[in-house]
Design a binder for this molecule. Structure first.
Ligand SMILES: [Zn+2]
Ligand SMILES: [Zn+2]
Length: 162
């Protein structure tokens, strides 16, 4: 009966039963794996969406969470490719969150650009450019004077030292 059924199907040429059962197995394995990842999350182990490594998230400086989880090591490459694809609203939202996370957990400093100078990045492990929070990116303070936190540029560099 099994054999007849299989022949019937292969004659029809639509489905290969071996392929079907492989697919079912794969789907089950994937389902089990997702359950396992959920279980690990309950134990405080989470996975970086980029390198797929697992991390203990007892230390909040290990994984950056902005809807997707990204480990510290993957941040520079991830951010440089993501920030180009995002619209301005999303970019500024994540950029602000990333900037405060870097400052809080990775000793990042806010560095204002001095007009007419090339930023010195020799002591920086990694940096991002972020909107100046003091003037909300306008470059001007309330009285209309030039923002002293960003030298009127509206952006600052968030630098993680080596
Ligand atoms: Zn990673
Ligand atoms: Zn400013």
């Amino acid at each position: 009966m099994q054999q007849e059924l299989r022949n019937g199907l292969s004659q029809a040429g639509t489905h290969d039963p071996a392929e079907d059962s492989l697919f079912a197995t794969m789907a089950r394995v994937e389902h089990d794996l997702n359950d396992l990842i959920d279980a690990l999350a309950l134990l405080g182990v989470k996975r970086c969406s980029q390198c797929r490594k697992f991390f203990r998230c007892a230390d909040p400086g290990v994984l950056f969470d902005c809807g997707q989880l990204v480990c510290y090591g993957c941040i520079p490459d991830w951010w440089s490719s993501l920030s180009m694809r995002l619209g301005i609203t999303d970019r500024e939202r994540i950029e602000g969150k990333l900037a405060s996370w870097l400052r809080k957990y990775h000793r990042a400093e806010v560095v204002k650009a001095a007009p007419g100078t090339v930023p010195d990045t020799t002591n920086a492990e990694f940096q991002i450019v972020a909107k100046c929070v003091e003037c909300a990116g306008s470059g001007k303070l309330m009285e209309g004077e030039r923002c002293r936190f960003c030298n009127g540029l509206g952006t600052v560099r968030i630098v993680v030292p080596k």
